[in-house]
Design a protein around this ligand. Structure first.
Ligand SMILES: C[S@@+](CC[C@H](N)C(=O)[O-])C[C@H]1O[C@@H](n2cnc3c(N)ncnc32)[C@H](O)[C@@H]1O
Length: 285
C-alpha cells in the first residue's frame, strides 16, 4: 500500500509540519512584541526563501511508499536557474542512497548509471534491439534506454509489485510499448530464458549473484558473444569478491571481464571490445 505525504525542502531544509509550526510560532511571538519587528522578520524570511529557492532549488516529496519492508520516497528536485539539473528520484527514507533517478528535462547524460550510456557508445553495440534489466526499481535505466534507443525492447525483472507500479506511474508511463515488466525473482526469471539479449544490466542485491555461481552461468547463456553485460556490485569489498571475479573471468574470458570504481560503487563490465577509460569511472581490474 502507498500513501501520499506532501513535504517541501528548500535547499536541505525540510519544511515539514513541525518546522512550519515553529516558524509561525516565532513570527506570531514577534508580532505580539512589535508590529515593526514582525514586518522586518517577514521580509527577511521572504527574501531568504526566494534566494534559496532560486539558487539552491527545492525538493518536493511526491509520495512515500513501502516496498519489501523498507520505506521509500519519490521526490522531485527543482532548480529554477538551471532546468537541466531538475530530476526525480527514489530514495530509501533515512538513507543517503539513491534507488533510481531520472532527469526531468531531456538531457544527453543519464542521471543514474551514466557509465552504461558511455559503455554502449564505446563498445559500439550494434544492432541493439533487446535489453534485460534485473532489478527494476523506478526503472531509470530502462527509461534512458527507451528514450535513446526507440527500437530497443526492454525486459525489466522486479521482485516487488509496489516498485513496478511506482515505476509505471511515475517514471516510464510514456514507454509502455518498449518496456515490459516481469514480477518475479531475477533468479527464477533467468532459469527460464529463451531470448538472447544485446545488453544485460544486473542491479539486484549483490549477494544473490556473487554467492551463486549458477546465476552468472545463466547470464552467459542469455547473452550473445557480442553482448554488453554490466553488473552493479554496489560498495562490495573487492577482497571478498576475488573468488567470484576469478570465476567470471573463467566464464567470460580474462580480458573481457573488467571492474570499475564508479563513485563508491564497484561495477563489473563484460565486453569483447576493449573499452576506453570512462570519464566517470576508474578501472580497478
Ligand atoms: C537499486 S534498485 C534498481 C534500480 C534500477 N535498476 C533503475 O534503473 O532505476 C534495486 C531493485 O532490485 C529489486 N530486487 C532485489 N532483489 C531482486 C531479485 N532477486 N529479483 C528481482 N528484483 C530484485 C529491488 O526490489 C529493487 O527495486
Amino acid at each position: 500500500m502507498t500513501k501520499s505525504h506532501f513535504t517541501i525542502w528548500i535547499n536541505k531544509i525540510n519544511l515539514g509540519p513541525k518546522r512550519l509550526i515553529l516558524i509561525i510560532g516565532y513570527t506570531a511571538l514577534a508580532a505580539y512584541i512589535s508590529l515593526t519587528v514582525f514586518m522586518i522578520l517577514i521580509i527577511i524570511l521572504l527574501i531568504a526563501i526566494i534566494y534559496f529557492v532560486i539558487f539552491y532549488g527545492i525538493f518536493i516529496r511526491k509520495k512515500v511508499f513501502k516496498s519489501i519492508n523498507k520505506y521509500y520516497e519519490i521526490r522531485d528536485y527543482i532548480l529554477p536557474i538551471n532546468s537541466n539539473k531538475n530530476y526525480r528520484e527514489i530514495k530509501p527514507i533515512g538513507s543517503n542512497a539513491i534507488t533510481s533517478k531520472i532527469f526531468i528535462k531531456n538531457t544527453k547524460k543519464w542521471a543514474f548509471f551514466d557509465i552504461i550510456r558511455q559503455a554502449i557508445i564505446t563498445s559500439k553495440l550494434k544492432p541493439f534491439r533487446q535489453a534485460l534489466i534485473l532489478g527494476g526499481g523506478g526503472a531509470s535505466v530502462p527509461y534512458c534506454l527507451a528514450k535513446d534507443y526507440p527500437k530497443c525492447k526492454i525486459d525489466v525483472v522486479e521482485i516487488s509489485m509496489t516498485m513496478i507500479n511506482i515505476a509505471k506511474t511515475y517514471f516510464v508511463k510514456q514507454f509502455s510499448n518498449q518496456i515490459k515488466f516481469h514480477h518475479l525473482n531475477a533468479n527464477k526469471f533467468i532459469h527460464h530464458l529463451k531470448t538472447k539479449y544485446d545488453l544485460i544490466f544486473i542491479d539486484i542485491y549483490p549477494d544473490l549473484l556473487t554467492q551463486n555461481q549458477k546465476f552468472i552461468h545463466q547470464i552467459k547463456k542469455a547473452s550473445k558473444s557480442s553482448s554488453l553485460i554490466i553488473i552493479n556490485l554496489t560498495n562490495s569489498n573487492k577482497k571478498n569478491l576475488t573468488p567470484w571475479i576469478k570465476y567470471c573471468q573463467s566464464i567470460f574470458g580474462l580480458n573481457n571481464f573488467n571492474l570499475y570504481l564508479c563513485g563508491k560503487n564497484i561495477i563489473a563490465i563484460v565486453c569483447k571490445q576493449n573499452l576506453l577509460n570512462f570519464p566517470s569511472a576508474l578501472k580497478i581490474i
